[in-house]
Design a binder for this molecule. Structure first.
Ligand code: NDP
Ligand code: GDR
Length: 372
């Protein structure tokens, strides 16, 4: 799925060089979805490579920067602040174009999304607006920015998903057909093809990363891995007695988010833009995840888990297991953290969080029933 249109690329593409092609001392990356799980790991990774990072955040009535607070430096400290935050929204095309013109990034990572599959059945219209049309808005903003400025070296990363494969049987690779099973997945398919189209039509250096599930201690608490590890921590510390879940037979290829952001960056350092599956090539059911997570702290999950129909989806994705041989071969990428190690890392962190909650509960500052 390489671009057939000629691309103008006058600058050095050395992967190690964070030096900016625009004559700046460093590269500048623009990240949408910087406040999410992947945005936080990608920002740490790029800062470590000497990039300046500008993140677009959306307005919220509560602070939504918890995952990046530890790397935030007040912008008044001009010499040290290498991550900056600006307000924008994927539903607001003018904000996207304005920040592209102002920031003049070398790389654009589009990570923003209404990323919860089950929620996408509840708010399908909004999900499509952000995930599908939002991607189109950003691609169009990049295209028109390049056209007006002549900054042809810009590279674009699109956060694609294994959910696009849906009911296509495993192993799923770049050549497997898409058969989406949710409004979220259908919207990601649209975003995927918009990205391919901008590459073919305008010669944009645009890559689709087709990433399988990746998790971490920063994972949102209503995704199944974190929901389980949070519950394990709270049950172990005596703050919770039941865990309500849906389909335990679904199988997923779960990796560590910290590993996966490197693959995003590697895609943009290649000579040609292309699409890549990123996965561990190992799949486990939700039930196996329960065995490992509860077993790690010496508990039997069957004593705590209650099946609740509200967590079943109108259409399910049964079995995802990626074939990431292309990423291995071309990008030289492979995952470092395995399934059990990942689950243990998350449980360890969530036990620490539960311990802190216990202090608050014992002091009367928090109600133990306040479940995530
Ligand atoms: P998260 O849900 O943790 O983060 C999503 C980010 O998008 C948040 O920063 C959120 O802001 C932001 N966002 C949501 N709506 C808008 C909007 N309208 N305008 C601007 N920003 C918005 O997702 P992940 O970090 O887990 O995933 C990153 C991307 O990768 C997503 O596109 C996801 O669909 C995709 N993906 C994720 C996989 C995974 O396993 N994690 C696998 C494959 C693909 P706020 O913090 O304010 O909510
Ligand atoms: P997924 O992740 O849908 O794969 O999307 P999630 O963790 O939500 O579900 C995984 C599987 O677990 C089953 N499940 C439950 N899921 C949730 N959330 N809550 C429950 O109580 C529960 N019980 C069982 C689900 O039915 C499903 O089969 C994630 C997101 O990050 C997407 O944005 C991303 O694109 C894909 O991963 C790859």
């Amino acid at each position: 799925t390489e671009s057939e249109a000629p691309r103008s690329r006058s600058e050095s593409d050395s992967p190690a060089a964070a030096k900016g092609p625009s004559g700046r001392a460093h590269k500048v990356a623009l990240i949408t979805g910087i406040t999410g799980q992947d945005g936080s790991y990608l920002t740490e990774f790029l800062l470590g490579k000497g990039y300046e990072v500008v993140g677009l955040i959306r307005r919220s009535s509560n602070f939504n920067t918890q995952r990046i607070n530890h790397i935030y430096i007040d912008p008044h400290n001009v010499h040290k602040a290498r991550m900056k935050l600006q307000y924008a929204d994927l539903t607001d095309a003018s904000s996207l174009r304005r920040w592209l013109d102002t920031i003049q990034p070398d790389e654009v990572y589009n990570l923003a999304a209404q990323s919860h599959v089950a929620v996408s059945f509840e708010i399908p219209d909004y999900t499509a607006d952000v995930v599908a049309t939002g991607t189109l808005r950003l691609l169009e903003a990049v295209r028109s920015h390049i056209s007006a400025s002549g900054r042809t070296h810009i590279r674009y990363y699109q956060a694609g998903s294994s959910e696009m494969f849906g009911s296509t049987p495993p192993p799923q690779s770049e050549t497997s057909p898409f058969h989406p099973r949710s409004p979220y997945a259908a919207s990601k398919c649209a975003a995927h093809w918009y990205t391919v189209n901008y590459r073919e039509a305008y010669g944009l250096f645009a890559c689709n990363g087709i990433l399988f599930n990746h998790e971490s201690p920063r994972r949102g608490e209503n995704f199944v891995t974190r929901k389980i590890t949070r519950a394990v921590g709270r049950i172990k510390i005596g703050l919770q007695s039941k865990l309500f879940l849906g389909n335990l037979q679904a199988s997923r290829d779960w990796g560590f988010a910290g590993d996966y952001v490197e693959a995003m960056w590697l895609m943009l350092q290649q000579e040609k833009p292309d699409d890549y599956v990123v996965a561990t090539e190992e799949s486990h059911t939700v039930e196996e995840l329960l065995e490992v997570a509860f077993g790690y702290v010496g508990l039997n999950w069957r004593d705590y888990v209650v099946i609740d129909k509200r967590y079943f989806r109108p259409a399910e994705v049964d079995n995802l297991k990626g074939d990431s041989s292309k990423a291995k071969k071309v990008l030289g990428w492979k995952p470092k953290v395995g399934f059990k190690q990942l689950v243990k890392m998350m449980v360890d962190e969530d036990i620490e969080i539960a311990k802190r909650e216990k202090v608050l509960v014992d002091a009367g500052y928090m109600d133990a029933q306040q479940q995530p």
